[in-house]
Design a binder for this molecule. Structure first.
Ligand code: ZN
Ligand code: ZN
Length: 285
């Protein structure tokens, strides 16, 4: 039997950093149907201990996050992502979807911005390595914006493949840090269908071969739905693009890393879109 977990804390539905704190208001109730399936379980998480956060951020950074009322869910958000990554690395779950209140990919060692507070994914990487659970990680970031904090933190780490769709094209000398320009991918696409297809195919054609040759221990999808039509990073995408990426990455994880696949929620502000998009993605895992 597959076992899929969804990591969650109730604060994400009330005090989320992501615009007025309402985007996950319908959670976890909106997952009730899925949770009828015995393969799925919701895991209620605790706040991350300070020692985890100090693996990545400076004490000054932590003090500044503490002073920002918009970051009140940051400790539980890290707890959610690390819990998901640990459960999959330890084989207690096959795959996981980590819900969050405060985002992660715009948090560097000593700065944070753009709805982000602590770099949840990089903290997870350090915790898993220190516990001897995994060493090599591939991160596919399809939030609308460049994952600058994550890139800064893993820039000199050849054991992390970081692929990001944003506003520029770039490949590092060692080939483990790659950006693809969404504007180039989508140029010439008129209809919604064309945009969804071009975007999902760009992941398949450009990133999947890199994941195969890199052979990570775990695949992480940083999924922002701010790229959805009408949200704040609007690229004109809709559900079909996300489901297609989920399928591609899930299948890739099965082939390259024993199915170890963790989806981490990134940007996106609308409550209707969160409730509409997230459950089918979880279901597809
Ligand atoms: Zn974003
Ligand atoms: Zn980027």
């Amino acid at each position: 039997m597959r076992r899929i977990i969804v990591t969650y804390h109730e604060s994400f539905s009330r005090r989320s950093y992501l615009t007025q704190g309402t985007r996950l208001s319908d959670f976890p109730e909106v997952l009730n149907d899925i949770l009828q399936n015995p393969e799925y379980e919701i895991v209620h998480v605790s706040a991350a201990p300070e020692e985890w956060i100090l693996k990545v951020h400076s004490p000054r950074h932590i003090d500044q996050v503490r002073m920002d009322p918009l970051c009140s869910t940051a400790w539980h958000s890290v707890g959610s992502v690390v819990t998901a990554m640990k459960a999959v690395a330890e084989g207690r779950a096959h795959r996981a979807f980590a819900l969050i209140g405060a985002g992660g990919h715009h948090a560097g060692k000593d700065y944070f911005w753009g709805y982000c507070c602590f770099n949840d994914v990089v903290i997870g990487i350090r915790v898993l390595r220190d516990e001897g659970l995994a060493r090599k990680f591939a991160i596919i970031d399809t939030d609308a914006h460049h994952g600058d904090g994550t890139r800064e933190l893993v820039q000199n780490d050849p054991q992390v493949l970081h692929c990001c769709v944003c506003s520029r094209d770039y490949t590092s000398r060692d080939g483990t840090k790659v950006d693809l320009s969404a504007f180039r991918i989508l140029s010439g696409c008129g209809t919604e269908k064309e945009r969804n297809k071009a975007y999902a195919n760009a992941i398949k054609d450009n990133f999947v071969p890199l994941i195969y040759s890199f052979a990570p221990d775990m695949l992480i999808w940083y999924f922002g739905f701010d790229t959805h039509r009408g949200d704040y990073g609007d690229l004109g995408l809709t559900m079909d693009a996300y489901l297609s990426i989920a399928k591609t990455l899930r299948e890739t994880a099965v082939e390259v890393c024993d199915g170890r696949f963790v989806v981490v929620l990134g940007g996106g502000s609308r409550r209707d879109l969160a409730s509409q998009l997230i459950p089918p993605i979880i279901k597809s895992l």
